[in-house]
Ligand binder design. Structure first.
Ligand SMILES: [Zn+2]
Length: 393
């Protein structure tokens, strides 16, 4: 008989059989009037529908069962979760709705059914209904942390950052664990929105709120650097970029070029050189060599030796591409005809860099081409950082 069953039906079928045995044994000891509440016909129908892969009829058979003993309730919940996991959210909704609306069921069971129902609505994208149910559960002291976490996620998905901040604060209080890193990211999102709406003062305010929440928030530092630079306050912008690098040297590729521009504006050549020196110490990147070579070239000094040092100390595609670019302009290289192969090699390197992932999530390893402050794969905030030694310009 089992040959004809789908694998996914085996677990609920086992539950149904267990439930049937318990119901039959209990029925022997019960008075005749009560014994009729577990309908053998209904149970037979449910088994038959599960066997013949007719889930909708199985749901009808299940929801019509009169006597809700613990086994039957467990069966509702197991089937409901299974349907949701399979992406059949409408079926999960029907089962959980039926269970949650039953009269006379234990409050714990009703709360569990409502929690699963809220998760169904969430999965179905009916966010307002899901939030309402999670909210009501949290207010009743049921599934408090899970419900508050779900509410926070719902606001994240809807990009409603202020309610997300409020939900994160409530979650922090209920859980006793800091949510400040996430709250800082929500303020950064508000700063991005303000910037997009051409409200730079508001954007600065939100980015500073992010720093109030988490002093080491690299994203807020980068935002403030960009905002201050756009406002012409280059010295202030440079301080933010330097702080961003101090907080996380992996962001060197994102700060090196704006720092060069800010320090050029303030004519702080020594400051820029000191930064490049510190960057060589603090990170394993070859980019400080590339930046220093570009500075020498601007000043009319041949940067080839500096790049050769970089190739020796920190071999990378970025420093090799820069080396080849300088090499192919050398008069003796042009005279010998080696400039063309050098250019071909450089172009191949550039194409290779352009097609490589530039960022990586330290939590799940996802490697996107562009920066995501919330990883699209694992949904963690602030775990993605530059992975590649590539100059942004
Ligand atoms: Zn990730």
């Amino acid at each position: 008989m089992l040959d004809g069953l789908f694998a996914w039906l085996l677990l609920p079928l086992g539950l149904v059989l267990g439930w049937a045995l318990r119901a039959r044994n209990a029925g022997v000891a019960r008075p005749p009037a009560e014994r009729g509440s577990v309908s053998a016909v209904q149970l037979g129908g449910l088994l038959h529908q599960l066997e013949s892969d007719d889930p909708d009829q199985a749901i009808v058979a299940l929801t019509q069962v009169g006597d809700l003993d613990p086994g039957a309730a467990e069966l509702h919940l197991t089937l409901g979760k299974m349907f949701r996991k399979r992406g059949e959210v409408d079926r999960a909704l029907r089962i959980h709705e039926s269970l949650a609306s039953r009269d006379g069921i234990a409050p714990e069971l009703q709360a569990e059914a409502r929690f699963e129902l809220a998760r169904d609505y969430h999965a179905a994208g009916v966010l307002d209904r899901a939030e309402e149910l999670f909210q009501s559960l949290a207010e009743q002291g049921r599934y408090v942390t899970a419900a508050l976490d779900a509410i926070r996620t719902i606001h994240e998905q809807a990009h409603d950052w202020r309610p997300a901040i409020e939900a994160a604060r409530r979650l922090e209080a209920a859980l006793g664990e800091s949510q400040r890193a996430a709250i800082a990211q929500y303020y950064c999102e508000l700063a991005d929105e303000a910037q997009a709406a051409k409200q730079p003062d508001e954007a600065v305010k939100f980015a500073k709120r992010a720093l109030d929440e988490e002093a080491g928030c690299v994203r807020a530092r980068l935002q403030l650097g960009g905002l201050e630079m756009a406002a012409g306050r280059h010295a202030v912008a440079a301080k933010h970029y330097l702080k961003a690098f101090e907080q996380d040297p992996r962001f060197l590729a994102d700060v090196i070029e704006p720092l060069q521009r800010c320090m050029a504006e303030t004519k702080d050549r020594e400051g820029y050189l000191q930064f490049l020196h510190d960057a060589r110490e603090m990170s394993s990147s070859s980019l400080p060599f590339v930046a220093e070579a570009r500075l020498l070239a601007e000043e009319g000094v041949d940067p080839l030796d500096r790049l050769a040092q970089g190739l020796e100390a920190r071999p990378s595609r970025a420093v090799l591409a820069e080396f080849l670019e300088v090499l192919e302009r050398q008069p003796d290289v042009i005279a010998s005809g080696l400039d063309k192969p050098a250019a071909s090699l450089r172009q191949a390197l550039v194409r290779l860099m352009e097609s490589s992932p530039r960022y990586q999530c330290s939590n799940c390893g996802f490697s996107p081409r562009q920066m995501f402050w919330q990883c699209p794969a694992c949904k963690h905030w602030g775990t993605t950082a530059p992975a590649d030694d590539v100059m942004r310009v």
